[in-house]
Design a protein around this ligand. Structure first.
Ligand code: GLY
Length: 384
């Protein structure tokens, strides 16, 4: 992202399908290395899951100990979290958009035994990696964040878990992509067509699929008929949808000024708003947000921060997380030789954007990637 080379004749011409935070970050990284890139999306760039997110960069809380998760997701998330300070600084400097990036800490708290146990698991994972994570007394936690309820039973300070204004990030990325001489942004579906059993993209050598939960259903034209992209690699069908609903309230003096987590609930101060999320609804993509879920979310948030009860709601919205069977992204070449994928980032799309861009640019431009990156190839789901 730091070099501004012109397009190179020796590098592949790349089409990217999907202009969310992952597609935009990959486009910028590839273009900075000299590859000509066309970014396709029929929907407004960055306005899907990337816009709905709360902007937490939370390797410890999100990735450390979900049951069934890819065993190396925590490592991948930590590596990407390490890239964030430099990534945010360059994006902010080059675009002039203020990103509000903070490296941490966040507080994680528990009001019930199951959540307290989850926090103990996070602490163990951090300790196993020699990373800072500190159990706080309730008094210590309330000194840092006086808005917390006095009825909590456990609190952790997570030095690894930070925040960025995700909407500002996609605005900055889009500004830079639109400005970059090697990138063309097309507000249209990627014009994919079949040539024999192969996939072709007129005027391009390689395709990168970054369309989140909709990756499998991108359209490919064959003999005048439309087929879903999943026919070219069935692994894409493994990307499921997980709906999430959120709201924002007017932030008052007695509301949190620290990013807070408790079970699936989080509260994130964003300027004069407090963002509150999120539901986790497997398979749901429509009919969100709904009044009942938003009311329950606010009620649950008020168990952690009593002052949010009755706060003025300024907005409600929803997004759809893309999740693979092991809740970790597919990164790399698909079964189709000229098609790569970077999708299925589940709860970690914002966090994993800089590392995803680096890995995909390396792989698509023919460089070796680390053993850690290779562990996230979609081939991991194929029978041995
Ligand atoms: N990373 C927050 C969420 O997925 O709700």
């Amino acid at each position: 992202m730091t070099r501004a080379d012109g397009p190179s004749d020796s590098l592949p011409r790349i089409a990217i399908a999907g202009a969310g935070i992952i597609g935009l970050s990959c486009a910028l990284e590839l273009a900075a290395r000299g590859a000509p890139v066309t970014l396709y999306d029929p929907n407004p760039p960055g306005r899907g899951a990337s816009w709905a997110a709360a902007g937490m960069i939370a390797p410890a809380y999100e990735a450390a100990c979900e049951p069934g998760v890819h065993p190396r997701l925590f490592e991948l998330c930590l590596e990407s979290a390490d890239l964030w300070p430099g990534f945010a600084e360059r994006l902010q400097r080059d675009s002039g958009v203020h990103l509000g990036y903070s490296a941490g800490p966040s507080l994680a708290v528990a009001a019930d035994d199951a959540t307290a146990q989850h926090l103990s698991g996070i602490l163990e994972n951090l300790k196993a990696k020699g990373l800072p994570g500190q159990q706080l007394s309730l008094e210590e936690a309330r000194q840092i964040e006086p808005a917390l309820s006095p009825n909590l039973i456990r609190a952790l300070k997570l030095e690894t878990d930070g925040y960025v204004n995700n909407r500002a990030v996609v605005t900055a990325l889009l500004t830079l992509c639109e400005r970059h001489p090697n990138i063309t942004v097309q507000r249209a579906p990627a014009p994919l067509h079949a040539r024999g059993s192969d996939l072709a993209i007129e005027g391009h050598d390689l395709l990168l699929v970054t369309a989140g939960w909709q990756s499998a259903v991108l359209k490919v034209e064959e003999h005048g008929q439309q087929f879903s992209l999943v026919n070219w690699d069935t692994t894409l069908e493994e990307i499921d949808s997980y709906g999430g609903q959120m709201l924002s309230v007017e932030r008052r003096e007695d509301h949190p000024s620290t990013t807070l987590r408790a079970g699936v609930i989080y509260m994130v101060p964003r300027g004069d708003l407090l963002v509150i999320g999120a539901t986790m609804e497997p398979g749901r993509t429509e009919g969100m947000p709904d009044t009942e879920s938003i009311a329950t979310l606010l009620e649950n948030a008020a168990r952690i921060v009593p002052s949010v009860a009755g706060a003025r709601i300024t907005d409600t919205w929803s997004g759809v997380r893309p999740g693979t069977p092991d809740l970790a992204p597919f990164l790399g070449r698909t079964r189709q030789a000229n098609m790569f994928v970077a999708a299925g980032h589940y709860r970690n799309g914002i966090l994993l954007a800089p590392l995803t861009a680096r890995i995909l640019a390396d792989q698509m431009l023919g460089h070796q990637t680390s053993e850690l990156a290779n562990a996230f190839s979609p081939a991991r789901l194929l029978p041995a």
